[in-house]
Design a protein around this ligand. Structure first.
Ligand code: PNS
Length: 195
């Protein structure tokens, strides 16, 4: 028996009795929502292999993903904003439906300004949950309903965090397998590293 796809639309009015005849031919969520744009916000100071893995995976789930790099006035930057953006771009060149932008201020305001339907955040471990739960609730409240979706970090990368990379770089620890090549080269050229 041939299985009809969810996109099999009626050819003529008298064909209506076959549309939708059963669950298999019922329109799916992705047929109804024509375009899903996700925002993946973060400091990316620097981008790590864990971030890249999340970006690759969410690029398959959404039509468009905006990686939004925070220009944070309160936090001291390890890598200047323009360099962070360049490193993110260079780390995801092969992914087509991704763009990399900077933003400042509230994530929800920026998300609204670019028409994003959803915020995506990665969860590495249960210890991330408390902070992320609160942030997603604040964002939901502030935006009147913008959802945050969480994606579980690949266990291969669950111990990697930008702050740990910075510490290792400063103390001369090995980071080659923790970050994209471009970040590795950048950090070893631009910062006074001790290898
Ligand atoms: O990579 P990070 O540092 O964990 O990312 C945190 C980020 C950028 C997602 C978060 O700090 C953020 O959204 N900052 C923008 C200000 C904001 O919207 N804060 C939440 C409501 S107070």
């Amino acid at each position: 028996m041939a299985i009809k796809t969810c996109r099999s639309e009626p050819k003529a009015k008298n064909d209506m009795k076959t549309f939708p005849p059963d669950r298999l031919t019922h329109p799916t969520y992705s047929d109804i929502i024509l375009s899903m744009k996700a925002i993946y916000p973060g400091s990316f100071d620097p981008i790590t292999n864990g971030h890249v893995d999340v970006i690759k995976r969410i690029a398959k789930l959404f039509d468009e993903v905006v990686v939004a790099v925070l220009k944070n006035q309160e936090k001291e930057e390890f890598i200047p904003l323009e360099e962070r953006i360049k490193l993110v771009k260079e780390s995801v060149t092969e992914i087509k439906n991704i763009s990399v932008e900077s933003f400042s201020g509230l994530t929800v305001k920026y998300a609204k300004s670019i028409g994003a339907n959803v915020i995506v955040r990665g969860l590495r471990a249960p210890s991330d949950f408390e902070y992320e739960l609160e942030m997603s609730q604040i964002n939901y409240f502030l935006s009147n309903g913008l959802e945050t979706l969480f994606i579980m970090t690949n266990p291969k990368y669950s111990f990697i965090r930008s702050s740990r990379v910075k510490e290792l770089v400063t103390l001369g620890g090995e980071i080659k397998e923790l970050v994209p090549d471009t970040v590795y080269k950048y950090l070893y050229q631009k910062t006074p590293l001790r290898k």
